[in-house]
Design a protein around this ligand. Structure first.
Ligand code: F6R
Length: 605
């Protein structure tokens, strides 16, 4: 989940470039941050390391000029949040500095044996073992002399990293700075790494987004590669054999404007507002993708939608959409639970992986399980080139643009749009799907208009000190209730629970007391009479009821009107809930983009 970045440049650059890159990667973890870079002439150079617990400060003392640097932004797994445990980590001699994303699963055994060999550890992290392991291997490397030819071509270093990496277990990515040879070396297993080439040097990062403004061409590293970055460019080698390899360069299409705040105070509110444009783009550009996905579903015998968190709720909503629109049973499974149900998979199954980042470890494992059983894998992914994108037999890119708030919003509605369209295509009613989604685009615009915002702000004023909040929906609105509650939880730390409206009387209603806030999703569909009964029942027991619905009702203390867009109601109804989460976060003095304990891509278990 950590963000990692490094560069090697022929002409010195400010090490602040790394700090700026880390700011774009901070959504991957913000427990601590750190950089390391060399200063001084070759042979007489020194390693400067600066690392701290906490977020990257807005202003920092000027950093030096350097030709080689790396940095890290941490989501702590092993070792508490301290300066000491912040990356980069060094070997005993200060020759090597490294940054790591992942978990070295066998670090205890490795550490014990390295300590027995005399290595002194400075941190409690799993990551540091790799620095000492590499140091130990390099000590024994015959051609590791300071100026030998072998050192110049970096092959012995490649061999050392290959051997060290072969000894660590888990899903890991490392960038290692080797001071004497002024090279960075990067290696990975499942955890992502992207190499970028630009006019000022060569870069490597966990995310392509950190390469924007630096690189024109990028290469997504595969698990069987090692890359050495030197002043004269990158060289790629096979991780198993050490033989040279050729990268597959592609154009980096992201622009600086895609990653900027664009006048908004936070990414969350920017991304909420981007949703109508994202859906429009899907309707214009992804029709063929949805048609192909429909064909895959038609040919399959057993279709599974898998995802985590918000993507898992999109999967659940998808199963309702396929049932009601296409009369097709499509299973929705939380990706982390999928391995306990994978026994049903055959070579006729289709697994559709839903993931914004394409790097969520549980989704990757679900995809790998599906492939092992011969199933076909399709994916709805926002980050092109991500692991899920590359593993899938077929991808419908969500093209929502970088989602930088830790809270997922636009990728959620983008997934719903693709699933709804696909369900209609499967049903032979493509034009109906297109029509209803164009209406949803207008409906989302209305939900973002000042009139709705005024109501949302009134609700936020009332809920700002609430400890609990309940959210109910039925049918298509049940996943909406779950997703709305998740947004409120993440952004505000208010305990918010989503329920199927029908479950109320089976226990949940015991929670309702005088003034309990209860949000009710009530579209004009078959769920309306029953969900309104539920709303009335909680109201009778003292709940303060907010209705998100095209029509008012006596059950609501406060009504948030939304457009009636038929089966596309989940796309529109979620918008007021997203806005409410944002408004509450601001009122509670919280950073809506970086909630505590979270990170954008969950790449570890
Ligand atoms: C919630 C949220 C998470 C993600 C989940 C899956 O706001 O962002 O629940 O949806 O971690 O992430 P992806 O979609 O990247 O697989």
């Amino acid at each position: 989940m950590c963000g990692i970045f490094g560069f090697v440049a022929p002409q010195p650059l400010s090490a602040e470039l790394v700090v700026e890159a880390l700011r774009t990667l901070e959504y991957r973890g913000y427990d601590s941050w750190g950089i390391a870079y060399t200063v001084g002439e070759p042979g007489r150079d020194e390693l400067v390391v600066h690392k701290r617990a906490g977020r990257i400060p807005l202003s920092l003392p000027p950093a030096g000029l350097t030709t080689i640097a790396l940095g890290h932004t941490r989501w702590a797994t092993h070792g508490s949040v301290t300066d000491q445990n912040a990356h980069p980590h060094l070997d005993c001699t200060g020759t090597l500095a490294l940054v790591h994303n992942g978990i070295v699963e066998n670090y205890r055994a490795l550490r014990a044996s390295l300590e027995r060999a005399g290595h002194r550890f400075q941190s409690h992290t799993d990551s540091e073992v790799f620095a000492h392991l590499l140091e130990e291997i390099l000590k024994k490397a015959p051609s590791a002399g300071p100026n030998g030819t072998a050192m110049q071509d970096g092959r012995w270093l490649v061999d050392a990293v290959r051997h060290a990496f072969a000894q660590v277990r888990g899903l890991n990515a490392f960038i290692v700075l080797h001071r004497p040879s002024r090279q960075l070396i990067a290696v990975k297993s499942t955890s992502p790494l992207v190499v970028g080439l630009g006019p000022r040097g060569v870069f490597v990062s966990s995310d392509a987004v950190a390469l924007v403004g630096h690189a024109h061409r990028i290469h997504y590293m595969t698990d069987d590669e090692i890359v050495v970055l030197a002043e004269d460019g990158p060289r790629f080698f096979d991780r198993c054999t050490g033989a040279p390899r050729s990268p597959r360069w592609e154009h980096l299409s992201l622009r600086p404007a895609d990653t900027s705040l664009g006048g908004y105070p936070h990414y969350l509110i920017k991304e909420i507002h981007e949703q109508p444009r994202v859906i429009e783009r899907i309707l214009r550009d992804r029709l063929d993708g949805a048609r192909q996905l429909a064909e895959f579903i038609r040919r399959s015998y057993g279709t599974f939608l898998v995802g985590c968190g918000t993507a898992g709720y999109a999967a659940l909503c998808g199963s309702y959409l396929f049932s009601r629109i296409a009369r097709r049973h499509v299973n929705a499974v939380i990706a982390s639970e999928f391995k306990y149900q994978e026994h049903f998979l055959t070579d006729r199954s289709l697994v559709i992986a839903l993931s914004q980042s394409g790097e969520t470890v549980d989704v990757i494992e679900a995809v790998q399980a599906a492939k092992r059983r011969g199933a076909t894998v399709a994916a709805l992914v926002n980050v092109t080139g991500s692991t899920v994108d590359r593993l899938a037999d077929f991808t419908v890119p969500l093209s929502a643009g970088p989602e930088q708030s830790v809270l997922s919003t636009k990728a959620y509605t983008a997934k719903l749009a693709v699933l709804l369209l696909t369900a209609h295509i499967l049903n032979g009613s493509e034009h109906v799907g297109l029509d209803v989604l164009w209406r949803a685009v207008d409906g989302m615009q209305q939900a973002l208009a000042p009139a709705t915002l005024d109501r949302i702000r009134a609700i936020a004023d009332r809920l700002v000190r609430a400890e609990h909040c309940y959210v109910i929906g039925r049918g298509l609105s049940y996943p909406t209730a779950l997703e709305a509650a998740l947004k409120i939880k993440e952004a505000t730390y208010i305990h918010a629970e989503g329920f199927a409206g029908g479950e109320l009387k089976h226990g949940v209603i015991a929670l309702i007391e005088e003034g309990s806030p209860c949000i009710v999703f009530s579209p004009l569909d078959e769920t309306r009479p029953d969900i309104l009964s539920g709303a009335m029942e909680v109201r009778s027991r003292g709940a303060w009821v907010v209705g998100i619905s095209p029509e008012p009702d006596d059950a609501f203390h406060l009504h948030v009107p939304i457009a009636d867009v038929g089966d596309a109601s989940p796309l529109v109804a979620i918008v007021p809930a997203q806005l409410l989460a944002y408004e509450l976060a601001i009122r509670r003095g919280l950073d809506p983009d970086k909630p505590r304990n979270l990170a954008k891509s969950v790449t570890v278990k």
